[in-house]
Every structure is written in C-alpha cells, then in structure tokens.
Design a protein around this ligand. Structure first.
Ligand code: SF4
Length: 744
C-alpha cells in the first residue's frame, strides 16, 4: 500500500474520532449492539462507516480544494480520487532512479523539518522531484498552514514550476492554487519605471501609494475592501488552469481592468499553497517582512525550495551591500539645487571632497605603477600564487592597484567635521522623500541610504574606496560597504523556516555551501542522469591565461587549439573566455582559420537581441557554428540548447579579479573556516567553469566533448575541484581523442 494511502487511512481513523458526536455515537452503539442484533447493526455500522468515509473524502476534497478560489462545480463534483494517489503527487508516469533518490531525501528532510543541500545535475528533473514530495506533505491534514516557496533567479524557471504544478493538478484532479510573483518593478504599470534602480523604485511606489496617487493601486482595494473589478480578475485567474496563475496572466488580466498587477499577485499569493518567486522576497529582510504580512503567512510555515542555489551567496551579499560614488554625489548636488535645498549642497560637496581625498594618493600611485599596463596586465596578481600560504608571503599592497580599505570610524570622523552624522542622515532622508513626491528617483535619498548602511556591522563586511577611469577619461570614485558573508542573511532565514531544500547543478562541494550558508543540513550529491559514455571531459594542459603567461604568442597558441577543435567537431561549438579582453585578443587568431560562422557575444546586448542571437546560432545546428562568449556573460549559464552543441571549450580559469574584496574574502574565510583560498577564490571560479561546461549535454541523446583549456586544470590544487562524479582525461593528443570519441 502506498504511503500516502496509508496516511489517508490513518487520518480516516482520526477523522472518524472527530466526527460529529451523533455519528460516532451511532457507530459505537452499533458496535456494542453487534451481538444482540447482528445483521441489522452490521448493516447500520457499514452505512455509518461509509458515511464517515464519505465525510472524510469530502473533508479531504475540501482540504485539497481549500484554497480553490471559486466554487467551481466541475471540479467539486468529480471529487479527488484518493485511491489513485499512491505514494506522492508526482506529475509523470515514471520516476527515474536519480529522481527517486531526490524524492526520498526531500520527503525525509521535510518530515524531519530539517534542510537539504543537493547537487543535482542537469536533466535529472529536479523541479518535479523536489516539488512533488513537498506538495504531498503540505496536503496532509495537519499541514494546512504550510506553503511552498519555490525560489529561483530565472524567469524561465518560474514557468517550469508552474507547468509542473498544473500537470500535478490535472493528473490528480486537484486545484492546488499556485502563483508566480516577480519583482514589483517588473509588474508595475506606471510608465518609465524600468530604468529605476530597485531601491528608488521601492521609494517611488511607497510614496505614490501613501499619497493615494497610484490609480492602479486604489482600483484594487479601498482600505481593506476589495473592489468588484479585483474580485472579477481574481475569479478569472482562478477559473483558468485550475488555480495556477503565471505572471503573464496576472499582468494581462490586471491591465485590462487598470489594476496594479503586484497587488493582484499578492491577493493570489494569499490563497496559494505554492508561490514561485525570486530570492529577494524571502532573503531581503526589508521585503520579507512586508511580504509575509501582506499574504498573511509566516516564515515558520514556509517550505523553501531554492533552485540554482549556487547563485544565492552573491545574490544575498548584494542585497546588503551599499555603494556611494562621486557621480551619485554630483547628481545629488544638482538635484538639491534644482529643488531648492541649498542648505544641503555644501554637505554633499564636502562628502565628495572626502572621497576625492581618499583616492588622490591612490590615483598617483596607481598611475605611476601601472600606467603602461592595462588592468589585465597588473604586475603582481593572485594568479601568481597557488595557495593561501603563498598569498600571506606576498605584499598585498602591490596588488591593490587603485583601491584601499577605509575604516568605519575614518569616514564617520571625516563626515562629522561637516555635520553631526545622524543629523545629516535625517536631513537627507527628509529631502529625499520630498523630492520623490515630484520625481521617481532621488539621489539625495540614495546618499542617505548609504550613510545609514555605513553604520552597519564590521564582522562579515568590508569597506573599500576605489577609482576607475571612465570612457570619457574622468575618474569614478566609489566608496563601498560590501558584505562578505552570505550566512549573515541565509542562516536566520533557513533556521526560521519549516524546511529548506537548496539545489543546483553546480552545488559542489555541498559541504562548502553548507558552511557558506551557515546552516544545518543534510547533503546529497547525485550523478548526471545522462550516459557517461556520451561525454568526454578533457583537460589540454598546454596553454594558460594566467597573467604572467599572457602574450600574443600564448594567444596564438590558444587560438590554434580552438581552431583545431572547432574544425574537428562536426557541429556547433561554444567557447567561453574569462573576459571580453581575452576573447578579443584570442579571436584575432580564429577569424580566418575556423571553417564555421562565428557568433560573438557583445556585452551591450538587450534581452531580445540575446534571444535572437541564440536562435540564429541554433539554426546552425546541422551546419555547425562557433559561439564565442564570456564565462561571466549571458550565454554560459541558464541557456539550454539540447541537440545543438557538440563541444564546449573553457579557455582559462575564471578566477576573481585580484582586488581588495577578494583579499578580504580570503582572509575572512581563512579566519572562519581555515579555507579562505578555496571558499574565497578557487571554488567560485570552478562554479563558473562547471556551469559553462554544463551547456554541452542537455539531453539523454546529446553527445559532446568538454575541453578545459589551461594547464592549471591539471595541477593537483585545481584538479581536485572538479566534481567527484566526473571522469576526467588529461592529454595533449586532443585531435585524435576527439575523432575517436565521435567515431565510437
Ligand atoms: S502600486 Fe503598483 S502600479 Fe502603483 S506604483 Fe506601486 S507597483 Fe506600480
């Protein structure tokens, strides 16, 4: 008997006890009287128990349909077929082996209210494997309060989750309400908000709403009263797709009725048992609180499924990092003058002067040392070293080219020479709010936010001032307060939630992520579901992009290998470079020698240009073409081209820039875990490499070669960073190996 059915019957007994007194009395009466009036009472008992079961089924239906938005008789009459639900609410006919392992683990950790970090390679079907046991759990009678939050950084992934839920609803004749919510700014119907920075947009929206100036908002509700148009839209959304609504459908329906799509999303989310959204709704402390309050739910009742969790450390660090530049200050000065706040202009000018003083000496030092070198060719770099010990022996000041640390005290003391620090913040906040009454954005308000953030903690943060030359030859000076430790954000959220599942195709080593997130969790590493023999991982230890090796000869040698591989592979090839600079330099040696059309990524591409670019490239599936892209760009992660790529080549190692933030990160993780080099430097580079490598094999029938083109990949210290499940080969005889691989 399936577990789920077993639990239903257990619940049946519980419900039986909870039945209205008269029903239970009668059943009990029947049982007691069984001897005296056998047949009659047995029949009566049977009828009563049948009734009880019917009530149970109805109760379960009501439970399943509890959040069903409308009394839609076509579903209510059809009742959930409880017998058909065996072990879990899984959308597909078959469960693959790796899915089974994931389902069991997710089920186990959710039941135990613990957490899981899972490395689940592409093609495993992890969305269904994680969602199904979680859904089965929240559908249980005692778990009515629970809600699943499926968090993902990609909009395409929203659709996959929503589609999976729709399939489950269809298969089991259910109406589990699900809703997708993206960032408020992207849902907003007010004109020209697209270009606003997120924080500015939040302020803009708040002021409009508080001032009663957003018609879209006031059309949704007045006070707590939902307006008839909103009711209508909610009903429309609930009728289609068994209560599962996409962002697109919410925007379309809301626009038709002049309603704020964000507010409509919130009303849908209130009823939803599955909410698909971005990390920030849960991990941004400022957003989370308001979000839960609005949807009337609590973190303790949240099952968090976090997809692409390898992106989470940087995403949460960004959420709590703040930046102040001379450009922002200049705009704030212009703004203050324009709106007649002359009293604050001199304070802003003085802050700007502080930034300039910090960097004057730096700029001179930087120019004298590195004037003849491009930033790509700094004399001493992190790449010169192979371990944290080496790093300690070097004088880091040589590497810190155009930046330096600034202490909290140092900046506050400088500001206090102008004005009392807290008073200045209060004044700037007041002016910023007043300006936002008139225009979307206020730079004065942004300066205030930075000054407030600067007062934050020291532990887990670093403070840096840096300069960089802009295209117009002016200097951009930036003072920053940057978060180094994602666990400061993730640990309290995960420990406050019911259960958390973190998953990704590049969450390896899982133990590192457990430590980075600062959580207690189980770990699971799954193998790729695709046949091993369809993939060759090859290190060619001949060239290197490390700074010391960079030269035209080296680029020519790299180019030669790229030409050899591309011309020997029958089909499309993707080449990923560590930077645009290197892509440009090396591509000079490809153009005339590669027999295929080359598609080169451009850093300024818009979303639609990127889509068109990929479509055009994919059209060469049979003829073969080369995709030239940067590993940190738009085509190394999140693109899915099944059947298209026959080879992926990773040129060099995408190590972090040798800057003070990297140094601070290495030192921080050395102090915290004695693993600064790995956690702060090496593994983040390998995560990018593994993500890019993952573009090659996207289906069971794909066959391809993945080449790691840098001698460092074969060195022990780097080689150990490849996932343990990967079979690696190291060889210079790459042309023969590639030929043999595709012939067999
Ligand atoms: S209430 Fe809605 S429509 Fe109005 S500004 Fe905010 S997000 Fe935009």
């Amino acid at each position: 008997m399936g577990k789920f059915k077993e639990e239903l019957l257990e619940s049946y007994d519980e419900v039986n006890e909870e039945l209205p007194a008269d029903v239970n009395d009668e059943i009990n009466f029947g049982e007691e009287d069984d001897d005296s009036d056998g047949e009659f009472n047995k029949k009566k008992l049977f009828e009563k128990k049948s009734n009880a079961k019917k009530i149970l089924v109805e109760e379960y239906n009501d439970h399943f349909l509890a959040d069903a938005p409308v009394d839609n008789s076509q579903y209510k009459d059809s009742n959930v077929d409880l017998e058909a639900i065996e072990t879990l609410l899984f959308p597909h006919a078959e469960i693959r082996e790796a899915q089974d392992a994931l389902i069991k683990k997710v089920d186990e950790v959710i039941k135990a209210k613990t957490n899981l970090i899972v490395h689940a390679p592409t093609g495993l079907g992890k969305t269904a494997a994680a969602l199904s046991p979680a859904l089965t759990h929240i559908m249980k009678k005692d778990n009515k309060n629970l809600t699943i939050y499926f968090l993902t950084s990609r909009h395409t992934q929203h659709k996959i989750v929503i589609d999976t839920l729709k399939r489950i609803n269809e298969k089991f004749n259910l109406r589990i309400v699900g809703s997708s919510i993206i960032g408020k700014k992207h849902l907003c119907l007010q004109p020209s908000v697209d270009t606003l920075p997120s924080k500015e947009f939040a302020e803009f929206c708040r002021l409009l709403v508080e001032g009663g100036k957003c018609d879209f908002y006031t059309s949704v509700k007045q006070g707590t009263k939902i307006m008839p148009a909103t009711e209508h839209v909610l009903n429309e959304l609930k009728v289609v797709n068994r209560g599962v609504s996409t962002t697109e459908s919410i925007i379309i329906e809301s626009s038709k009725h002049h309603l704020c799509p964000y507010e409509v999303s919130i009303l849908m989310a209130k009823q939803a048992r599955v909410i698909v959204t971005d990390y920030s709704y849960i991990f941004n402390p400022g957003i989370r609180e308001g979000f839960f309050k609005k949807i009337n739910k609590e973190l303790k009742d949240a099952i968090l499924i976090i997809d692409e969790a390898h992106n989470l450390p940087n995403r949460v660090k960004d959420l709590v990092s703040e930046y102040l530049s001379n450009i922002m200050l200049k705009r704030a000065i212009v703004e203050a003058k324009k709106f007649g706040y002359a009293q604050v202009v001199s304070s802003l000018e003085d802050i700007n002067a502080i930034l300039e003083t910090y960097t004057q000496s730096l700029t001179k030092e930087f120019e004298s040392k590195y004037a003849k070198n491009t930033p790509e060719k700094a004399a001493v770099t992190l790449n010169s070293f192979t371990s944290a010990n080496d790093l300690g022996k070097k004088n880091w000041s040589e590497m810190a080219q155009n930046e330096r640390y600034v202490s909290k005290r140092e900046f506050i003391e400088s500001v206090e020479k102008i004005k009392d620090y807290d008073e200045l913040i209060a004044e700037l906040i007041f002016i910023g709010n007043a300006i936002r009454e008139t225009q979307h954005v206020s730079y004065v308000g942004s300066v205030a936010s930075f000054l407030e953030a600067w007062l934050g903690d020291d532990e887990g943060f670093t403070r840096i001032v840096s300069t960089k030359k802009l295209k117009d030859k002016t200097d951009m000076i930036t003072l920053s307060y940057r978060c180094l430790d994602p666990s400061l954000i993730t640990a309290p959220v995960v420990s406050g939630a019911y259960s958390t599942i973190m998953m990704s195709g590049t969450l390896t080593p899982t133990s590192m992520y457990r430590e980075l997130f600062g959580i207690n969790s189980e770990e699971l590493t799954l193998k790729s579901p695709f046949p091993q023999e369809n993939r060759m991982n090859l290190i060619i230890p001949k060239t290197s992009t490390k700074y010391e090796s960079r030269s035209q000869e080296q680029y020519m040698e790299i180019g030669k290998i790229l030409v050899d591989v591309s011309n020997n592979v029958d089909g499309c090839v993707a080449i990923y470079y560590p930077s645009y600079y290197l892509m440009e330099e090396i591509t000079k040696f490809l153009d005339t020698k590669i027999s295929k059309t080359i598609f080169t990524e451009n850093p300024g591409m818009t979303k639609s240009e990127k889509q068109e670019f990929l479509q055009n490239f994919s059209a060469y599936q049979k003829k073969g073409a080369v995709l030239n892209a940067v590993i940190t760009g738009s085509f190394a992660e999140g693109i899915d081209l099944p059947g298209v790529l026959k080879a992926v080549i990773i040129v060099g190692l995408p190590l972090q820039k040798p800057d003070l933030e990297t140094k601070a990160l290495i030192e921080y993780y050395d102090k915290k875990f004695n693993k600064g080099w790995d956690y702060g430097y090496l593994f983040p580079a390998f995560t990018k490499t593994i993500q890019a490598a993952g573009r090659c094999i996207r289906s069971e029938t794909d066959k391809g070669v993945i080449i790691f083109l840098d001698e460092r990949y074969s060195w022990n210290n780097y080689y150990r960073c490849f996932p343990i499940t990967w079979k690696m080969r190291v060889s210079m005889l790459y042309t023969d190996l590639i030929k043999n691989f595709f012939e067999n």
